[in-house]
Design a protein around this ligand. Structure first.
Ligand code: HGY
Ligand code: MN
Ligand code: MN
Length: 409
């Protein structure tokens, strides 16, 4: 049985319309109007494919196809459905759509699994609204505790729990997913890099995912008049922040081993053209394949930030928002994906992921596997993000076969 390319393409296209920035990529922030539109679409399709639909206390969406075995753990297929600002239509969404496609294939074949199948659409993987990232998966697996969640707010001070209620979600619902209720978690994702396309290969079987640390650095200076304040009497927060950020690429290079450091978000206060910046807040995202390299780069970043503290009236703080160590994915599931690809004569290669994924969180609690499909020109986290529906259909067929072998005795 092969997946339905047209059905996949249609889901991607329709979900891509739920964006706050039409014509400028997909901006779908967690618990926003666009979240609600996508949520309703996903729930409607889950129901249409015969799944029992539910949402947890974070707003993660579950669609369950009961199995013949009572109270047996589920094989879960899914990903996230939030986005980065002005992102693409495939990051996360493709994995949710493939979950829907697997459910549709079970329905078409009137196939009842022995272990339940669940399709999962998770919230706030990107951290675009509430910072950190992997919130839906960390929440449901209890990695982020209740009181931390109730304190979570966006940059406008809107609490996550209030934002949930504003779109009709109930934060008091059950939050924790007990690990013993999960047999395996499978995630299809776009590669978000150039390797598969350059190799001319359709499927990547992911072996490991880099670890990452996210910091928020605050540089506190003193506001002043741009015209009347002599240069030697300034505590300019933006000059200090700029010097720090400009030093990160060299730090990453010195750490080596593929270590990357990125500042993607920066806020200047009060942000007036004729005002010496009083305060700057910026993000630092550090990644590497080995924990020791992440730690080395993190130590160097913290040292550098601290070196500006107390100099010329500048004060600096580095807050750690989230960290997750590198993760190896389940060898048996990797082997399953390889065998199925060979049986179906679908060219594949093994590879590591430079992007973070919800599977990193779940892999501490259950067997996890990921399959990548090529990203055109290796682009992602931008409106140009695109993957071929043929490749997505290949991925769906592989995941469908894998679910059958994991869930049907
Ligand atoms: O940042 C990442 O790697 C993922 O897109 N959240
Ligand atoms: Mn992403
Ligand atoms: Mn993603």
């Amino acid at each position: 049985m092969t997946a339905n390319k047209e059905r996949i393409e249609q889901h991607i296209e329709l979900l891509g319309q739920f964006t706050a920035t039409p014509g400028q990529g997909v901006t779908r922030l967690t618990y926003s109007k666009e979240d609600l539109q996508a949520r309703n679409y996903i729930k409607e399709k889950m129901a249409a494919y015969g799944l029992q639909v539910s949402e947890d206390g974070f707003g993660n969406i579950f669609g369950k196809l009961e199995g013949t075995l009572k109270d047996a753990p589920s094989v879960i297929v899914g990903s996230h459905f939030d986005s980065v600002p002005n992102g693409g239509a495939y990051d996360g969404t493709a994995g949710v759509v493939i979950g829907l496609e697997v459910a549709a294939l079970f329905q078409e074949l009137q196939l009842t699994p022995d272990y339940p199948l669940e399709v999962l659409a998770m919230v706030e993987e990107e951290g675009s609204r509430f910072g950190g990232g992997l919130m839906g998966s960390r929440g449901m697996m209890g990695v982020m505790i209740e009181e931390d969640f109730t304190a979570v707010a966006d940059k406008d001070g809107i609490l996550a729990t209030d934002a949930m209620a504003a779109i009709g979600l109930d934060p008091s619902k059950e939050k924790i997913r007990r690990p013993e209720t999960i047999k395996a978690f499978l995630e299809l994702h776009i590669e978000q890099g150039p390797i598969l396309e350059e190799k001319g290969i359709r499927i990547g079987v992911v072996e490991a995912i880099v670890g990452l640390v996210q910091l928020e650095v605050t540089v506190q200076g003193r506001a002043g008049h741009a015209g009347t304040t002599p240069m030697d009497r300034r505590s300019d927060a933006l000059v200090s922040a700029a010097q720090l950020i400009a030093a990160f690429p060299q730090l990453a290079k010195e750490t080596g081993n593929g270590t990357v450091i990125t500042t993607g978000r920066l806020q200047v206060f009060p942000n007036g053209a004729n005002v010496i910046p009083d305060k700057v807040v910026f993000s630092v995202d550090i990644r590497a394949g080995k924990e020791e390299h992440i730690q080395h780069a993190l130590d160097r970043v913290k040292e550098l930030v601290a070196s500006h503290n107390g100099v010329d009236g500048i004060h600096t703080i580095a807050d750690q928002l989230m960290s997750i160590e590198p993760k190896e994915l389940d060898p048996e599931i990797r082997g399953l994906f390889k065998n199925i690809s060979e049986e179906l004569a679908i060219p594949y290669c093994t590879m590591n992921s430079g992007a973070g994924h919800d599977a990193m969180v779940l892999s501490d609690f259950t067997a996890c596997g990921m399959v990548f499909v090529p990203s055109k020109d290796g682009l992602s986290h931008c409106p140009e993000e695109w993957s071929d529906a043929e490749h997505l259909a290949d991925g769906a067929t592989i995941l469908f076969e894998a679910v059958k072998r994991l869930a049907v005795e």
